[in-house]
Design a protein around this ligand. Structure first.
Ligand SMILES: Nc1ncnc2c1ncn2[C@@H]1O[C@H](COP(=O)(O)OP(=O)(O)O)[C@@H](O)[C@H]1O
Ligand SMILES: [Mg+2]
Length: 335
């Protein structure tokens, strides 16, 4: 059975409020997640992401507002709601001492599966998340990537219609992060609705179709990932000419040819650099070719993914308030 994408909302949140003393962790949040889609909730540390997930999982009772998941009210129908969701992320519930198989089998039994069904489902999920060979080893001996895959497998045992992924790749190396993304994409292709929280614009881009940006318990932007990306640029090209005095001339050349995109290039005199938002490989090639053909001597050229700071700056004109920021990945470009 696959669930197909419809116009119905799997998650509806209206005016959700949760305060911890003076801290307004959620300060009136509205959001919808359509069935069969992935909503990315992007925000810095302390934005309220985990509080949102915990409210939607019935682990926390909101102070005000309403939220329904698969039609069940988080406050009035917690038991029914819990049966439709899967949760994984920062606080995964894997028992370190048990093997991968034992963990999954136990969860199956907790979900009222018979012994035979729990065994079958555990084997299925181990196979599905490429853990069959490691099935008998204690989870404490798993690598970071294997642990995340076991977390995902655990959250899928009960065939949830709605899955919460709370910062599923924070702290993982890039290769393992890619593996987790592949798994999530596969689950989504099978029709699960996903609410994904993340601090990485790149992760939201990879996995989500729509994006809600949160900061200090408030939604500060909402829309399709492509719309928000067009504002920010998918990547940023940084060019440093040998002669900084030529920066304005470079910016003008890009403006004349329309190669600097919707947002335009930015000259940063302090760094002796020009920043160009890049949306496509064609644009990147054209910019590099143009600068070469005009004879600007280039000291440094490279691209990086926009950091959360740059995203926030583009959307709100303000820096984030979070503490841990700017996970910027750089790659050199051959000029
Ligand atoms: N149980 C709690 N008691 C007190 N303050 C909390 C609690 N949980 C979260 N907070 C505070 O609420 C805010 C939002 O936290 P959280 O939802 O964990 O953010 P995020 O997951 O986006 O990093 C933070 O300021 C955090 O310190
Ligand atoms: Mg969190």
């Amino acid at each position: 059975m696959t669930r197909s994408q419809t116009d119905a909302n799997a998650i509806e949140v209206r005016g959700l409020v949760k305060h911890f003393g003076e801290t307004k962790a959620l300060d009136g949040v509205d959001l919808d997640v359509r069935e069969g889609t992935v909503l990315g909730v992007l925000g810095p540390n302390g934005a309220g992401k985990t509080t949102l997930v915990r409210c939607l999982s019935t682990l926390l009772v909101p102070d005000a507002g309403t939220a329904t998941v698969a039609g069940y009210d988080v406050v009035r129908q917690p038991r029914q709601l819990r049966r439709t969701i899967g949760l994984t992320g920062q606080y995964a519930s894997v028992d370190e001492k048990l093997s991968g198989f034992e963990n999954l089998y136990m969860i199956g039994r907790l979900l009222d599966l018979s012994r035979a069904d729990a065994r079958r489902r555990a084997d299925e999920m181990l196979e599905r998340f490429s853990l069959t060979e490691a099935a008998k080893r204690p989870a404490m001996n798993y690598s970071g990537g294997m642990r995340r895959r076991l977390d995902l497998a655990a959250s899928m045992i009960g065939r949830p219609a709605v899955l919460y992924l709370d910062e599923p790749t924070t702290g993982l190396d890039p290769r393992t992060r890619n593996e987790v993304w592949d798994e999530v994409k596969l689950m989504v292709s099978e029709g699960v609705t996903v609410l994904l929280t993340t601090q990485y614009m790149e992760e939201a881009e990879q996995l989500a179709s729509e994006l809600t940006v949160v900061d200090r318990g408030k939604v500060i932007a909402q829309g399709e990932v492509d719309e928000l990306k067009a504002k920010v640029g998918g990547r940023t090209l940084k060019v440093r000419p040998v002669d900084p005095a030529r920066l304005p001339e470079m910016a003008a050349a890009l403006r004349e040819t329309g190669l600097d995109g919707v947002a335009g290039a930015t000259v940063v005199p302090d760094e002796g650099a020009l920043y160009v938002p890049i949306l496509t490989d064609q644009q990147l090639t054209a910019v590099v070719t143009l600068l070469g053909s005009r004879g600007f001597g280039i000291a440094h050229i490279g691209t990086h993914l926009p950091s959360l700071d740059e995203v926030f700056l583009a959307i709100t004109g303000q820096k984030t308030t979070g503490s841990e920021l700017s996970d910027t990945t750089s790659e050199e470009v051959a000029a």
